[in-house]
Design a protein around this ligand. Sequence first.
Ligand code: HEM
Length: 530
Amino acid sequence: MDVFFDPSLLLPALSASTLLVVLWRLFSSKRRQGMPPQAPHVLPWFGNIYSMLTDPVGWPAKMHNKLGDVFTTTALGHNVTYLRGQPNITAFAKGSTRDLDNVGGYKRVVEPVAGQELFMSNLGEVQEALDIRRLDKIQPALFQFIRTHIRQTLRDRVPSAGWSDTIALQSFMNASIFRMVCFCLLSPEVAVNDGDFISERMLAMDLGGNLGNLVIPWETATDRMRNKSRSEVVTCVARHALGRIIQLLSEDVDESPDDFMGYIIYTTWTQKQLRSASKADLEGFARKVALRIYVLFFAGFLPTAGRGAWTFQDLLTKNPAFLERIRSDNDRLVEDARLFGPDAAPRVEEHDFLYACITESIRMHPVGAWLRWAEKPFLLPGHGSTPPMLIPRGFVTVTTEAIGFNPTVYSGPDDYNPDRYFSSPFVAKDDEASEKELIRLDHVRAPPMTMDKTLQPSFGVGAHQCPGRLFAYRMIATFVSALLESFDLELVETEENRDGKHAMICVPLFGSRELTSDITIRLKKREVPF
Ligand code: HEM
């Protein structure tokens, strides 16, 4: 024991470490002048990675409360600067077209999971190709497709009379949502023939509880499985893209096609380029299309499936009057549709209250952080008495908690209350309103996303806000509407989810809470009275 502990060394050791601490503090405070405060950590290089992985929502909120609206931390050798509050969000949104690169930010985090072909997409094309006009056009066919899928999937699980056994909602909701993604981004035929094949492989990309795999530096069996799934998805989509290119060549198209795949082919290559291309060139084009669509599978499917689960969880566990109201809206829409034929699709786009419920669930369970990358230090402008600050090279992220829970916009922010979108400070898209302070909602009863007054917490801000938002709402609403048309539904609680206590993961850095335990329900076939 004496060999390891000599009391006479204690004093010099203590003095040396005190000196080191004082020097480090002096040096670091000098170095950090004009820069954001640093979150404390013990291990150099590793920094606060443990807190960021295990508590990506709570930890930044705690640090903001301690250090202010801007602070920097270290994670695996990178600087990560967290921003909160409107002036900082505005600077983030404006800077993100010049100094803060969004691809640089997302790529570094998502690429290890999704693969290096990510972010080859022309992101503007999603906005254009999935606008309201195109979504409305595709809606009746989409509804009928999902209605058939849901009925077929549940055929053997729901008896012709009485309640079914317990069913895990996500198992068939996720498959339906993915089929909708395939239907809209590829084609109805591909969705029917290959939807399940692609969906199974995309589901293999979901990290689930296996977050640790992200920080393992060598290739694991999980990585190999993901790489294989990715390559199978891309090959399958490229085959269909080649078919679509050949079809477009034979049609001599003048106007941009209405289908998503046709649209992105048409807006990327001219007829002349396509006509003069060799077979190998065309295969190369098809692969590019496949990679771009693969990115959208990834960006679109997982967050939509996650928000869909929360929408159901909230409807089934909060005020039962909300679900009743959606049910009766649905019956009215189905009844209206029946005037046009026994199978005509209801107008899902008119599900006003359901949209308010989706908006409310997304507010309460948002994607908790948006990312950018500062290649060189970025000057965050000052505001009020806050001086300008130099944000170090590295990740820059906005935390959304304070946006969605801002009590001046959302009174009683901790309550699930979709009714809030039917009264002040909100006003519907088409309602007359003279008061400037009112917040005009959009097509899906959601507050707008503006750079100067960020009211929409989950879809980003500025030039790079989510272009798939309306499509995501449409997919969730189509699923809810088709399910309620054919079935009565009741929550069944289990040991895993009793009193709403679900198992969840918090996705590192993005800070979105995802349910990992099942929402368990039972279903009864409806005798639809019209
Ligand atoms: C409820 C479901 C969804 C949520 C919560 C969500 C959320 C987000 C967020 C937070 C961003 C980052 C915004 C920023 O950094 O400023 C984003 C970007 C993006 N999302 Fe979504 N998203 C959803 C559905 C979709 C869908 C269905 C698609 C398309 C099929 C899609 C395509 C994209 C793309 C392409 C980007 C990158 C935009 C850019 O960098 O310019 N998302 N999304």
